[in-house]
Design a protein around this ligand. Structure first.
Ligand code: PLP
Length: 385
């Protein structure tokens, strides 16, 4: 059976061009980029090129790029690195809808005696900037707010937030794992101090990422050891994946506008048709400020998991907004924070597209969805008559 992959916010296919680029770095050009000999040195040159390509996509200086093992490490390194470098400040501000890579670190900080403020969001998943402004004080070491939400695709006004944080003399980190490659980011015209990226959301391999650190930002190194990444992140580089991430950044730049417009049109077609053909469903999140590839739809009176299983039977991959915790289905913390009603939060499905999706795949899914929803509703204990 063929696979229709609408789960690109979970991970993406490695682009063919990326795979081609990285193949030689396993068995032929396997030297250590830090070695003095030419064999290793030529690998070092490729890492430098990858750094330049990533910097070009982000509009920053190559020296501001640190390669990491992915989004989780970048988030951990940013938060802990800033706090270690500013030991006199004890407050961190974040939002309730961050990825666990940020929220779990913040929970641990609370246990260590830090004050952590988790900002609320409204029904559309939007932040209240007045509330943020009120919370930033002299004790605030860091504000960490995501660029775009992984579940709903809602984009936060991070440039405006960065300006506000800067004017108050604090440091701003953003988890841009879901935003990079999907919406334009230009760090040369920005006040963002730190920004996290993950390779596998961008058609590069899994287990590689970037932490952008604006020149002059005080950051203690997270991994200690060798002198790699100018001593800011020790450990022999994940050479093939870094080179692959550089290529993926280059590809993202090449067809940026065209590609994202096409993906948005496909997403819109899918979403509109589902809303039209399936009664009692609604889109979660601010549809005005949203990633072009993401649609989070709640289907009343049915479980998201049941929809996923039936989609899976047709070879369609998506994901749901609830997680199975100790035998019961818990609605996601993001939908809960938005105040999505219980029955709707339980029946939420996220479709996330990429440049590799086709109109034919969208049409096939549009054909199957009403059938799936009708069948499940007939079995639902919530629906009578
Ligand atoms: N931040 C966000 C918003 C994410 O969506 C993810 C992954 O789903 C991560 C961080 C973690 O990235 P990684 O899987 O590269 O550790």
């Amino acid at each position: 059976m063929r696979t229709i992959y609408f789960d690109n916010n979970a991970t993406t296919k490695v682009a063919d061009e990326v795979l081609e680029e990285i193949k030689p770095y396993f068995c032929e050009l396997y030297g250590n980029p830090s070695s003095m000999h030419t064999f290793g040195g030529q690998v070092g040159i490729k890492i430098r090129e990858a750094r330049e390509k990533a910097a070009a996509l982000l509009g920053c200086d190559p020296g501001e790029i640190i390669f990491t093992s992915g989004g989780t490490e970048s988030d951990n390194a940013a938060i802990n690195g800033v706090l270690t470098a500013t030991p006199d400040k004890r407050k961190v501000i974040t939002s309730r809808v961050e990825h666990p890579a940020v929220l779990s670190v913040c929970k641990q900080l609370e246990d260590r005696g830090y004050t952590v403020i988790e900002l609320k969001v409204d029904k559309q998943g939007r932040l209240n900037l007045d509330e943020l402004e009120k919370q930033i004080d002299d004790d605030t070491a860091l504000v960490t707010i995501m660029y775009a939400n992984n579940e709903t695709g809602v984009i936060f006004p991070v440039e405006q937030i960065a300006e506000l944080v800067k004017s108050k003399g604090s440091v701003f980190h953003t988890d841009a794992v879901q935003a990079v490659g999907k919406i334009p980011i230009n760090l040369s015209k920005s006040s963002i101090d730190l920004l996290s990226i993950s390779g596998h959301k961008l058609h590069a391999p899994k287990g590689v990422g970037i932490l952008y650190v604006r020149k002059g930002t005080r950051l203690a190194p997270f991994m200690l050891g060798g002198h790699q990444e100018k001593g800011r992140r020790a450990g022999t580089e994940n050479v093939p994946s870094i080179i692959g991430l550089g290529k993926a950044c280059e590809l993202a730049m090449q067809n940026f506008g065209e590609e994202n417009k096409r993906v948005k049109n496909l997403r819109d077609k899918l979403e509109k048709a589902i809303l039209k053909k399936c009664p009692d469903c609604m889109v979660n999140g601010d549809t005005e400020n949203r990633l072009p590839n993401t649609s989070n739809i709640s289907f009343e009176f049915i479980e998201g998991e049941a929809i996923l299983l039936m989609l899976d039977k047709f070879g369609i991959c998506a994901s749901s907004g609830s997680a199975c915790t100790s035998g019961s289905l818990e609605p996601s913390h993001v939908l809960r924070a938005m105040g999505v009603p219980f029955t709707a939060a339980h029946g939420s499905i996220r479709f996330s597209l990429s440049r590799y999706n086709t109109e034919e795949e969208v049409d096939y899914t549009i054909e199957k969805m009403p059938e799936i929803v009708n069948r499940l509703r007939k079995m639902s204990p919530y629906v009578t008559g």
